[in-house]
Design a protein around this ligand. Sequence first.
Ligand SMILES: [Zn+2]
Length: 318
Amino acid sequence: MLKGQVLAVDLGGTNVRLGMVTRDGRILRRRRTRIPAAADKEALYEALAGRISEFMSGGARGSTPGAVAVGFAGPTNSSAGYIYTAPNVGQLSDIRLGEELKSRLGLPVVVANDANCAALGEFFYGAGMGSGSLFMFTLGTGVGGSFVIDGEIWEGAWGIAGEIGHTIIATDGPRCNCGRRGCLEALASGSAVIRDYIQKSRISSEARARAVTAKFVFDRARQGDRIANRVVADAARALGIGIANVFHLLNPEIVIIGGGVSRAGASLIKPATAHARECVFPPLRNKLKVRRAKLGDDGALLGAARFAFTKLGSGTDV
Ligand SMILES: [Zn+2]
């Protein structure tokens, strides 16, 4: 039985966030640090284990965690503690992060996808509290998705269930990072909004194009910029189709929109929800609930810790 606290690690491409989390979902202390560029896997394991040990030794005596839980920004097989690829961390792939950290730290280690962790966090402590199931869209540079049912992530056979970003919304749509055309990610992500705005406003100067961020486009839309409004409306429409598809496929009790782009708030989520309602079976239109995520960056830490408490709670050695 896992007692006490879990040291949760939110491992992104450039930053590592660490938090000491209690079973009832409180973050007792936290730290944010940069991860040194890892030339190879050994360097990554060493650097990470060093950061974690350092954070651990900074706590009060007797506050050693019972386990370490890592939320990782990439496709992850949590039952094996295995990362398929880490495109943002020196292009590393086939990483046995769980095992490697466990041998260096002498503690049980669980590893899960960070978007899945954020969804678990929202289920237990955030916008999904009290629901039996939820689907969470994570809108950032890309579009991630996670399905939580009865407090557990549904990862599918190979760990990629919920990858809503690579479901195709428009067969002749723009090219996606995955190589195909018309994926939701190519239409409703932060990068899609930026690309679309640059194209539609015919910005040809590289310096001006670099200054366009998703926030810039949403701000311009609020100020009444016609092109920005069209770009946001198109992204919202694509997101609406994605929401309706999820509603028909999985029928979650609640749909949550999180990630950096969700900070655009009502200007994206409201029209997306309205379009989703038009797309779902008419008698069920008022059953569709869409909410904005509540926990922000803390969701991934809280969810990773919760994942460890659930997985190790039975006494299974990992
Ligand atoms: Zn794709």
